[in-house]
Design a protein around this ligand. Sequence first.
Ligand code: FNR
Length: 384
Amino acid sequence: MPIVTCIEDLRLLAKQRVPRMFYDYADSGSWTESTYRANNTEFAPIKFRQRVAVDMSNRTLATEMIGQPVAMPVALAPTGLTGMQHADGEILAARAAEKFGVPFTLSTMSICSIEDVEAHTTKPFWFQLYVMKDRDFIARLIERARAANCSALVLTLDLQVLGQRHKDIRNGLSAPPKLTLPNIVNMATKPRWCMGMLGTKRRYFGNIVGHAPKVADMSSLSSWTANQFDLTLSWKDVEWIKKLWGGKLIIKGIMDVEDARLARDSGADALIVSNHGGRQLDGAQTSIAALPAIVEAVGDGIEVHMDGGIRSGQDIIKAVALGAKGVYIGRPFLYGLGAMGEAGVTKCLEILQKELDLTMAFCGLRDIRDVDRRILLPGTFPTA
Ligand code: FNR
């Protein structure tokens, strides 16, 4: 058993175990990948104030996101094709998250369906929705999420058009994988992954195939999907979806203060400061840099969450100090999943929890709810 002590260890292990097509899909950004890289590197210049000789006993990371209790202020981000990092990936990740006490968000573009995940978990999960042109299909997806007892809808607004990812094009990314000679040769070097895939029937987009009109198989799926993302999406659609859903609503993909105010005015429960992990607009500001101005712009009118570049507990506490009520992790849990399945996702959460807890102690605090920018060294963090 390899020794795993940090998220980077999980990444290296996943790189060995997951076919290149799917590893690259996770570990890449759009165009030059500058925003993807900077999302993480811009955490480093932010410095802590280390405190000593203060009571560090009885520490707690427990808090709430959108009024729901969480063991720490972290949720699993929606990620498409998760079931291709590891067979039944969404089910395994959802199980690890529920045992840990943090929310799991199922992507519209998942391999396992809403019903698959519901059947294999015992607590409510969150469902992420892309706005497709086919409004009847959206309405049915919302109905299915409600029937599966999902406790929040995460509405992603930053994917009307798709940021180009060079690696996906070169690798001929598809689900199930295109069996070109290089892909077959590469897969042959990943026996665990292959065994897992042979043992499951979940290899397609479970929320779509068999549910969307005329999408019975993979060949009809890709052309349907390519045409479905809605170029005319507007805040009117958000209003319609909010009404239709009627439950907790989180708006994902906000990077601008004006959009943040519109999200607040839409009556959503939370917004996520997110550039889609650097997968959409390359050259966009990093999430951690955008966070303080958005927190200031919306005041108490809406809960602010963030994602992008979180790779350690130190990154989490910095985001919380700058006003995020919670953060989401995408690639870190995907690395865990690719490396070791459910145990790898648990390991990822354990690593982050330990780093977060110890960092909070070093900063002289015992309760995550007391964390604010006073733990940061003035002049080292972004401001509004
Ligand atoms: C994503 N992301 C994403 N977001 C979304 O709303 N729906 C989706 O289906 C996907 N799919 C997806 C696939 C993969 C492989 C990745 C890496 C990301 C974006 C995701 O929810 C989140 O915003 C970022 O992953 C956060 O950045 P980090 O934590 O990966 O750095």
